[in-house]
Design a protein around this ligand. Structure first.
Ligand code: MN
Length: 527
């Protein structure tokens, strides 16, 4: 049991969340400022130790986001990422300096593959730059983290030399990344052990790991590293991140909790907030987790086999190694309807973690009434979907003012869309188009109005709650070629009508594309 672990600091695993940096930089997962700040608040509630807020030099938008997150996060360390370059470090510091606990995270490659082919330097030069980067960061703050990028494919002796040198220069945390997701658990654990055996000042630092899931080992590698002495894990909610993603926070935290009998370590994460955080991320990004995803997937606690069900009914511990309550899966029976007042709605939203301002509540209550008029029972999932589809959505370039669809089995589908374009002088523009169904016609009408060359790549429809009057959420992935580069975004639309939700999701994607185009050309990092 977790409670039995002696909570001395040698046993604590620091949870470093990089959802807003490594996670946000993967295609289709970009978030706007409002979304990032809301997510940050949830991370604080979850009890992570460090929030990596972003890569400040990447773009003015990234800088501003890191700055706002740094100012808003209380009681938690906020890290800003910087290459081993003085300008990067200066800009990173500028972005995080108002945080209660700022940390500079600087990195340079240690593998010959990267040193020879990407940096076109030699080992001595790179070592000197690593030391200089830590020293410069130290001139701003004591809390400096250093990462030798591509550590798992580096020469071990050289890696140990670099780790020792940066600890001497003052690195308080040294992070060992498996940047390309190449390591296997026994090998990765052995690498960490090698460093403990060969770096003589290693006890002056915290060894951290940052693993990628290209071979499906991200969590396994992190656990192997903990067994070998690592005491910080870099991870993301739902395991999002570059390519196949990062170690997933919920997996590593629940593995530590469930198997503390063997691992003998603990985290300060409030596991009861795991589900809320996971759901929040899917609402913000519009990207759901696979049903069989460990810990947070829809089926993670569903017992289908008759023998298993029988066992669980007699005693949950027969087949359940974790309790759904432990990760905050609530058994909510409270249902709202059209007679529910402002107070009841506001109360329910507070319980779900949404502290709304008066203006936000006003806006939300109108949406709620509109939904409750059409739908008899309004569940928690409806409320959460609705709040992200309406209140917290930042106004983009395009707003849909009206959609009128006419369709049938034997009549040609036709949709009229009325849009407002903030870059245009006219109040609103409308157009009509035919298509293969209401959504297709609507998307064509939107294309005629906006002149966009963006195309829908995939279209996914989910009914949020049961019944033919269910609220629907459509997620589309949309691609557009801009200056020879392909941009991908996800768009999200929520409505009680499937076709309307589909058209709204396309317009949402266009707004996200506008946001991404502003960031286009930004430097991207990949620790
Ligand atoms: Mn990474």
């Amino acid at each position: 049991m977790q409670e039995d672990i002696k909570k001395d600091k040698n046993n604590k695993v620091t949870i470093f969340d990089t959802t807003l940096r490594d996670g946000e930089q993967s295609p289709g997962f970009s978030m706007n400022m409002e979304e990032k700040l809301h997510f940050t608040n949830q991370l604080v509630k979850l009890g992570v130790d460090v929030i990596e807020a972003g890569f400040p030099i990447a773009s003015p938008g990234d800088f501003e986001a890191v700055q706002k997150i740094a100012e808003a996060s209380k009681g938690v360390t906020v890290a800003g990422l910087a290459r081993a370059d003085s300008q990067d470090i200066d800009v990173a510091w500028d972005a995080i300096k108002n945080a209660e606990k700022p940390r500079i995270h600087t990195f340079i490659s240690s593998s010959d593959i990267h040193i020879d082919y990407q940096l076109k330097k030699n080992r001595t030069q790179v070592l000197e730059e690593a030391i200089a980067a830590v020293q410069r960061s130290k001139s701003y703050t004591w809390d400096v983290e250093f990462s030798p990028m591509d550590a798992s494919r580096s020469d071990r002796k050289y890696l140990a030399e670099m780790v020792e040198a940066v600890i001497d220069a003052g690195a308080m945390t040294v992070n060992i990344p498996d940047t390309v997701g190449y390591a296997i658990p026994s090998e990765f654990g052995d690498l960490i052990k090698y460093l403990f055996d060969n770096v003589k000042n290693i006890n002056k630092t915290v060894i951290s790991v940052h693993c990628h899931n290209d071979l499906g080992f991200a969590t396994a590698n992190a656990i192997a590293a903990i067994e070998a002495g690592a005491r910080q894990v870099e991870c993301t909610i739902n395991g999002i991140g570059e390519r196949a993603g990062n170690t997933s926070l919920e997996e590593v935290v629940m593995a530590i909790r469930t198997r503390s009998d063997i691992l003998n370590v603990y985290t300060d994460v409030n596991t009861k907030q795991i589900m809320a955080t996971s759901k929040l991320l899917t609402h913000i990004t519009g990207v759901a987790v696979q049903p069989n995803k460990a810990i947070v997937g829809a089926n993670a606690f569903a017992h289908e086999s008759g023998i298993h069900q029988d066992g669980v009914l007699k005693d949950a511990c027969t087949y359940e190694i974790m309790k759904p309550e432990d990760i905050g899966i609530a058994k909510s029976t409270l249902v709202l309807g059209k007679h529910s007042g402002r107070h009841a709605v506001s109360d329910r939203m507070k319980n779900l973690g949404y502290e709304m301002s008066k203006e936000e509540l006003d806006k939300f209550f109108v949406k709620f009434k509109d939904l409750a008029d059409k739908k008899k029972e309004v569940f928690d999932d409806d409320l959460e979907t609705l709040v992200w589809g309406s209140v917290y959505k930042e106004e983009g370039r395009f707003t849909v003012n009206n959609i009128q669809i006419s369709t049938g089995m034997h009549s040609p589908p036709m949709t009229m869309v009325t849009l407002r374009d903030r870059l245009s002088e006219s109040e609103e523009t409308f157009d009509v188009a035919n298509g293969n169904g209401g959504v297709d016609a609507g998307v064509k009408a939107v294309k005629k109005i906006t002149g966009t060359s963006a195309e829908i790549e995939s279209f996914k429809l989910v009914a949020i709650t049961g019944g033919s009057d269910a609220l629907c959420e459509v997620t589309v992935s949309v691609v557009e070629k801009v200056d020879g580069k392909q941009l991908t975004v996800f768009g999200n639309g929520v409505n009680i009508d499937i076709s309307v939700a589909g058209i709204l999701s396309f317009v949402d994607a266009l707004n996200r594309l506008e946001y991404l185009k502003k960031k286009n050309g930004a430097e991207r990092s990949a620790v």
